[in-house]
Design a protein around this ligand. Structure first.
Ligand code: SF4
Length: 561
């Protein structure tokens, strides 16, 4: 008889509940979970990929050395031997450990213990996607719980919350319609799906959310609200002083405000300040703050892997030759941060060992590849937005030789040190030193040329990020498009549904354009999860935030002849 086993979706930090119908050990169907405290039976399009993820024919299922299949123990012995040699010759800090954001809390604890106690290296970092890291540094994990959504009478939604995290939409819209006086305010560089439901939409220039938030905080007379330089608000948003006073008084009048903000690619200082000020806004309104992240367990990673060493720092170490051994558990660093690490740099490493669910540039070009279990193949706990800590019990046995990261680390540790003791310790994060007035003054509007902003399409993420290929969007043309405003399209003679050449200082790609009245003049939204489009962006390290700023210089758009 088929049975139903419950699990959670880790494709974003909402961690919606779902069910798997299991027939003779095989997941045959995804089911909704009406008892899930946050999603209450909702599951977005991405959530349905949980089954495909388990059964995908391109899963990476066998350990490899130089891409040749080997027994699991041969691979871990090779890693342990090479680590010993590197540590003896160059010291413990010559090894770096990078973990992804879809691992369990227990995996993170094992990784920290492995780096600290077995290797003795300080170089451990989390490969956050987008600007999850500065977003977490600014506002933390938030204090809203699922039940706060039931009686909220006002929402401030920063970013395209519904598009990136669709399952929160149902709860927000239900709460909004409980009373005519309830309200939703949105803030975004262009009109998104979230804005369809808004009572008031604040248009800001890309990365200018902190200016609008600071102005509203000032309007509320909130303690410690940063000053906005004169003229800046008009330069970067459509808010007038009267609008600011109206939003500020509305937030004060409503009894239960929930501020929800979502992380995206862009300027990392702006992401940090957006989170900081969004949290402050929730507090000033006597409400709750809920940040939503791209990484399913970004909150768990942040709470356990604490260090001033971030991925940019480790990649600098790889490029400079100080890091000679690199262990990567989960992410395809080359695809996540295009152009930040070169093939030559990776080839200089004396050891590159990588685990992944699908073969990627790390496992392909590494010395050793280890197949990694999906979160629904092993028991683990995970920390979600809205304060839930959920346990996922394995719904199926791991496929092939796939194993959880903690089991990999244990096997390597036993060869190196005899054991791996996992002592959980809360992570420490040193506060960032950001000159807030200078950062607000630096934020500018959209100039005369073309400005690329991230267009978030959840389907791009999972077909693209999991498999490293874009087979689904390439078949489904409408999902792989850029958005351009009507005025800009007319100026450049671009028609909807036609191919355009999009280029930046980093290269050129061809993509289908959709002309829409949602985009303000000069702004072009690109599907950033398409590797080609992502690779057109420039990823530069911001010393202040210790993270990547993602921008595109020299952007231009041409109709294809
Ligand atoms: S909203 Fe996020 S957690 Fe929920 S089903 Fe979609 S991707 Fe998964």
């Amino acid at each position: 008889m088929p049975e139903t086993k419950k699990a959670n979706c880790l494709f974003c930090s909402l961690q919606c509940g779902l069910g798997f119908e299991i027939d003779q050990g095989v997941p045959v169907r995804i089911e909704f979970d009406a008892e899930s405290p946050l999603s209450r039976g909702s599951l977005c399009a991405r959530g349905h990929y949980n089954q495909e993820l388990l059964l995908h024919p391109r899963r990476f299922l066998g350990a490899t050395i130089n891409r040749r299949r080997v027994p699991w123990s041969t691979a871990t012995t090779k890693i342990a031997g090479r680590l010993s040699e590197i540590r003896s010759a160059s010291g413990p800090d010559s090894v770096g450990v990078v973990v992804g954001t879809e691992l369990s809390n227990e995996d993170y604890e094992a990784a920290v213990a492995f780096a600290r106690d077995v290797l003795g290296t300080k170089n451990i970092a989390v490969a956050y996607d987008g600007n999850d890291y500065p977003f977490l540094m600014g506002g933390g994990a938030g204090d809203a719980e699922p039940t706060d959504l039931d009686d909220a009478d006002c929402f401030v939604l920063i970013g395209d919350v519904f598009w990136g995290h669709p399952c929160v939409a149902k709860r927000v819209i239900e709460a909004r319609h409980q009373s005519r006086s309830n309200a939703i305010y949105t803030m975004n560089p262009y009109r998104t799906n979230t804005d369809w439901f808004a009572d008031g939409h604040i248009t800001v220039a890309p990365d200018a959310e902190p200016v609008a938030l600071a102005a509203i905080l000032k309007g509320m007379n909130a303690q410690g609200a940063p000053s906005v330089p004169s003229g800046k608000l008009a330069e970067v948003s459509d808010l007038t002083q009267a609008d600011v006073a109206s939003v500020a008084s509305s937030l004060k009048e409503h009894k239960k405000v929930v501020v929800i903000a979502t992380s995206r690619l862009g300027d990392s200082t702006s992401a940090y300040l957006t989170a900081k000020l969004a949290r402050k806004l929730a507090k000033a309104a006597g409400g709750k703050y809920a940040p939503l992240f791209r990484g399913g367990n970004a909150i768990g990673a942040f709470g356990r892997v604490g260090s001033d060493v971030t991925v940019p720092k480790i990649m600098e170490g790889v490029a400079a030759g100080g890091i000679k051994g690199l262990l990567v558990f989960g992410p395809d660093v080359a695809q996540l941060y295009p152009g930040t690490v070169s093939q030559d740099d990776l080839e200089k490493l004396e050891l590159l060992a990588a685990s992944a669910i699908f073969e990627n540039d790390m496992t392909k070009h590494g010395d050793v590849g280890l197949p990694q279990s999906v979160w629904t193949e092993y028991d683990g706990t995970y920390s979600a937005s809205f304060g839930q800590a959920s346990k996922i019990a394995a719904v199926v046995d791991p496929q092939g030789d796939a194993k959880p990261v903690s089991a990999m680390l244990e096997a390597i540790a036993i060869e190196l040190a005899g054991s791996l003791s996992r002592t959980a310790a809360a992570a420490e994060h040193t506060e960032l030193e950001i000159d807030v007035p200078a950062a607000l003054a630096r934020i500018g509007g959209v100039g005369a040329g073309i400005v690329l902003v991230e267009g978030t399409n959840p389907l791009h993420r999972w077909e693209g990020t999991i498999t490293g290929r874009m087979t689904f969007p390439q078949r489904q043309k409408p999902y792989c498009e850029l958005w351009v405003g009507e005025g800009t399209a007319a100026r450049l003679e671009i028609e909807s549904g036609t191919s355009v050449a999009l280029s930046t200082d980093r290269g050129e790609t061809r993509i289908i354009a959709t002309v829409t009245d949602r985009m303000p003049a000069g702004l072009v939204a690109v599907p950033s999860y398409v590797p080609d489009a992502r690779g057109l962006m420039v990823w530069t390290v911001n010393a202040g935030t210790r993270w990547y700023d993602v921008s595109a210089s020299g952007a231009s758009l041409k109709a294809e002849g």
